[in-house]
Design a protein. Structure first.
Length: 203
């Protein structure tokens, strides 16, 4: 989920940056330090929104810079286990698809899409179900549940796993179809019977 968090820090302002305004310099330093950072506690830091810098700085012997306390706000994205997210497929691979959620990509493994047998065609950029003929392609929008998160220090990009193997998850058009069936189960059952009749060959 997205969140705005409040943080405190101390910024070092070198002599070369003292020509700019204190607030402008502080924002520049904070952006360079925090933006695009992945942290186990903060998640993905997207951008620094605002900062308030103490005008009274401190000097350290042998260092020509000034050190200022600063309070600031940051926009972050931290997915939670079991959270429902929506995203767009940005890449098809032999083992599944990568789905863009917020500022990062999550892995949707073939085994986590449907119960049907699936075939992945990397060249065509599509995943097709054998029996239901459901398909996913680059650009498909879907809804999924977060099942795995790894934002440790050893993971520079972070790793997120998602699943669609639950009711009302998957491509948005699949979900619309499920809702229609849930609202009118009788009509849905009739359509299935008609399909079975059409596929029956007389003896």
């Amino acid at each position: 989920m997205f969140a705005i968090i409040h943080m405190d820090d101390v910024v070092r302002i070198p002599p070369s940056m003292m020509k700019k305004s204190l607030n402008e310099t502080t924002m520049e330093i904070l952006k360079e330090k925090y933006e695009s950072m992945i942290n186990p506690e903060l998640g993905y830091v997207i951008m620094i929104i605002d900062a308030k810098t103490n005008k009274v700085g401190k000097l350290v012997s042998g260092d020509g810079a000034t050190f200022h306390k600063v309070s600031f706000k940051a926009l972050t994205f931290y997915p939670k286990l079991q959270e429902i997210v929506e995203g767009e497929i940005v890449e098809i691979t032999d083992f599944g698809a990568f789905v863009r959620i917020g500022p990062t990509d999550a892995l949707l493994h073939l085994s986590q899409i449907t119960d049907d047998y699936l075939k992945s065609d990397v060249k065509q950029g599509v995943i097709v179900a054998n029996q239901s003929a459901k398909s996913l392609k680059i650009g498909s929008k879907l809804r999924a549940r977060v099942t795995a998160i790894s934002l440790g220090k050893g993971s520079s990009m972070g790793k997120i796993g998602i699943t669609c193997r639950q009711p009302f998850l998957g491509a948005l058009e699949w979900i619309e179809e499920e809702i229609k069936k849930a609202k009118n189960p009788a009509a849905s059952g009739q359509k299935e019977k008609e399909k079975e009749k059409k596929g029956t060959v007389p003896a």
